[in-house]
Design a protein. Structure first.
Length: 204
C-alpha cells in the first residue's frame, strides 16, 4: 500500500524499548511517555532531511509506526487491532541539543523534514517480532527487534485513545531501540524494518 496519508497528528512514544532504557540507565516507565510531532514535519522515502541552523546535534531514531484506519476513542486493547490500517517506518529526527536545552521536546522534534516516513504501509504482519535497524552511510548504528518493546501496539492505542480521539491516517510511532546518534550533512540514513522495507533519506 502506498504511503499516501493525511494525518491530523503524529503521536510518538518515548522510551519504549527495554534495551534502550538500559542503555540510558533509566527505569522502565509505568505508563507510556508520549509527545506530538506536527504534520508539517513529514517527508517521505528518498526526501531530504534538512539540518536547521539552530542545532548542532541532530539525531536519528528508527521506529515502527502504526497508521490508524478509522476514528476511535476509548478503545480497549482487545479491540485495538480493528483500528489499524497498517504499519510503516518512521525516523523520529531530533535536535538533541535543543531537547536538552528546553527540557521539553516540542521544538527539538518539530522542525520541517524531521518526520521521514515510508516506504509503504504494510497490513498483515506481526508487529512483535520484527528486526529493526538503522544504517548511516551503510554502517549499522541501531539493531534490535520489536519484541523488546515495553508497551504493545494494543496498549498504546488504548492509552492514547483514552486521552485524544484518533482519526483515520493518524500515526502512532512506537519508540526507538538503542544506538541513537548524530547525523551530519551529506549522510545517507536508512531505517529498515523486517517485512516493511527500507526508508532512505539524505541529510542536507
Amino acid at each position: 500500500m502506498n504511503l499516501n496519508i493525511n494525518p491530523t497528528k503524529i503521536i510518538c512514544v518515548g522510551l519504549n524499548y527495554i534495551d534502550h532504557a538500559k542503555e540510558l540507565n533509566m527505569k522502565i516507565p509505568e505508563e507510556p511517555i508520549i509527545f506530538l510531532k506536527p504534520t508539517s514535519s513529514i517527508i517521505y522515502n528518498n526526501d531530504k532531511i534538512i539540518i536547521p541552523n539552530q542545532s548542532n546535534r541532530v539525531d536519528y531514531e528508527a521506529e515502527l509506526a502504526v497508521v490508524i484506519d478509522k476514528k476511535c476513542k476509548n478503545v480497549k486493547k482487545e479491540d485495538a487491532l480493528n483500528y489499524i490500517k497498517g504499519y510503516t517506518i518512521l525516523n523520529d529526527i531530533t535536535a538533541r541539543d535543543l531537547q536538552k536545552k528546553d527540557g521539553q521536546w516540542t521544538r527539538a522534534k518539530s522542525f520541517d523534514t524531521f518526520c521521514p516516513m515510508g516506504p509503504k504501509i504494510v497490513k498483515d504482519i506481526n508487529p512483535y517480532n520484527l528486526d529493526i535497524q538503522l544504517k548511516v552511510n551503510g554502517e549499522i548504528k541501531q539493531k534490535s527487534n520489536t519484541k523488546n518493546m515495553i508497551f504493545t501496539v494494543e496498549e498504546l492505542i488504548e492509552f492514547i485513545s483514552s486521552i485524544m480521539t484518533l482519526y483515520p491516517d493518524d500515526v502512532i510511532s512506537t519508540g526507538t531501540p538503542p544506538g541513537v546518534g548524530k547525523l551530519n550533512r551529506g549522510d545517507v540514513v536508512e531505517a529498515e524494518i523486517e517485512d516493511i522495507g527500507i526508508l532512505r533519506n539524505y541529510v542536507a
